[in-house]
Design a protein around this ligand. Sequence first.
Ligand SMILES: Cc1cc2nc3c(=O)[nH]c(=O)nc-3n(C[C@H](O)[C@H](O)[C@H](O)COP(=O)(O)OP(=O)(O)OC[C@H]3O[C@@H](n4cnc5c(N)ncnc54)[C@H](O)[C@@H]3O)c2cc1C
Length: 282
Amino acid sequence: METSHTASLIAVESLSASTRLFRFETGGEHLPFVAGQFYRFTFTDAAGLFERSYSFSQFDPKLPLSQFELVISAVAGGRATDLLFNAELGLTVQLKGPYGRLILPADDKRCLVLVATSVGVAPFLPMLQNLEAGEHQRFDSVHLLFGVRDPTEVLFQETLLRLRSKASWFELTVHCSRSQDSAMDWQYSGYVTNGLTQLALDPKSDHVLVCGNPKMVDDVYAALRLQQFGPRSVIREKYVFAVQEKSLQGPSRSSSDEALLQQKMKAYGVTLATDPKPLKPV
Ligand SMILES: Cc1cc2nc3c(=O)[nH]c(=O)nc-3n(C[C@H](O)[C@H](O)[C@H](O)COP(=O)(O)OP(=O)(O)OC[C@H]3O[C@@H](n4cnc5c(N)ncnc54)[C@H](O)[C@@H]3O)c2cc1C
């Protein structure tokens, strides 16, 4: 039996026209997770119970361990959107997890590449916190390729630019699909796949984590396959809609994936939910 946890909404902050940060408090419980993982939430509205998945996205090291944050983009007519974007503080939710293999690799690598579109940057936020706290030493460099429609959608821009200016190991490029190149040397027009071609990656020494829009995830993977990358060096998480999520069978973990995940969980001093089966729905 998987353990179900309860949490209450304690704060909401607007990040952009369509995206908000939701902070929850568990009432003292420290929910296990390795940076990059997600939980499955059960919400209740007038029509009954329903489930959605959200990545834990907290990255402030001062956040109490009993709290977690979600970064959620509104979807027109979306059931969870309607509930959460109109919720009062105190809303109670149930959640199970953690799930997912979108985590930092166990082995040291030359180059770590994080590729996100829009709110797909959420799972990379706690990872960046861990990297900044010292894990960056396991990589020569870390590149975040962030795809958005236009520059107004660059979530956490200030935080990302602050890290870029102070950390020599961190590179940020923002790829805007609907606007021209800007004067900023980190902003380009086009898709994140263009940014990949600039990196001269090597499947033997480099590792890529990709999260967000399913089409972008497929396009990035296809581009990397041409460079001889395979599923072990490109970990993908698609933010599929709930209806797609249900219809997909999550692949069961291979024994080496299982060992890697256990190793990471141990390193972070956390335990896995008792039934870890519903993995990333890629
Ligand atoms: C592993 C995983 C982690 C996720 N983490 C996050 C996260 O951290 N933050 C986050 O914001 N979302 C995340 N998602 C997506 C999230 O689970 C929901 O699918 C999303 O919030 C929409 O839910 P909803 O109930 O508002 O919309 P629904 O009621 O599910 O959808 C309403 C309608 O909109 C369509 N639709 C749904 N989503 C989109 C979309 N993105 N673009 C266009 N049309 C859409 C549906 O097909 C449907 O017709 C994640 C998904 C997965 C699988």
